[in-house]
Design a protein. Structure first.
Length: 161
């Protein structure tokens, strides 16, 4: 399938990483991870931590696989549970917060020892919102989503802290 000059494949593996959508254009490769925020039954008492872990682990795996860009996609109406630290440029991230995120991820996944080094360099390219009913897609920059999540967390800090 082709879209805007990209060859697009669904549910495939690239560089050892399974991606929901892969977009290829020349030597550029983008992994798009579609999130519906479904929590497996065994983690139902920890849905926020599980979602954070999924984001951390996917970012690490994609970066280590040498894929150029990663985007996370969500249905319209969902506040993405992406840790703010992962939305910030790598050069201003807090190592302490990244260590906390890795600890959360290790509760659910096997995480490599060099995860901190990877998270210090890896970055999220865009956040995509989609409306399946209308067949519409909007792509936002991490800084835009950071504003949205910060506002959300300021109202519901007791739930997300």
């Amino acid at each position: 399938m082709a879209y805007n000059g990209f060859r697009v494949d669904i549910e495939c593996t690239l560089g050892g990483v399974k991606c929901d959508v892969i977009a290829l254009k020349g030597s550029k490769r983008r992994c798009i991870e579609v999130e519906f925020l479904i929590t497996p039954p065994q983690f139902i008492l920890n849905p926020l931590s599980y979602s954070i872990a999924r984001h951390v682990v996917k970012l690490i795996r994609v970066y280590k696989a040498g894929i150029d860009k990663i985007s996370f996609a969500y249905p319209v109406g969902i506040i993405p549970p992406i840790p703010l630290e992962l939305l910030r440029p790598p050069n201003i991230r807090s190592s302490e917060r990244l260590i906390e995120l890795i600890a959360i991820a290790r509760k659910f996944y096997a995480v490599e020892e060099n995860a901190l080094d990877v998270l210090k360099r890896a970055s999220i390219d865009t956040i995509i919102f989609f409306n399946l009913e209308k067949g519409d897609v909007a792509e936002l920059q991490p800084q835009q989503i950071e504003v949205l999540i910060t506002m959300y967390e300021s109202f519901f800090h007791r739930f997300v802290s």
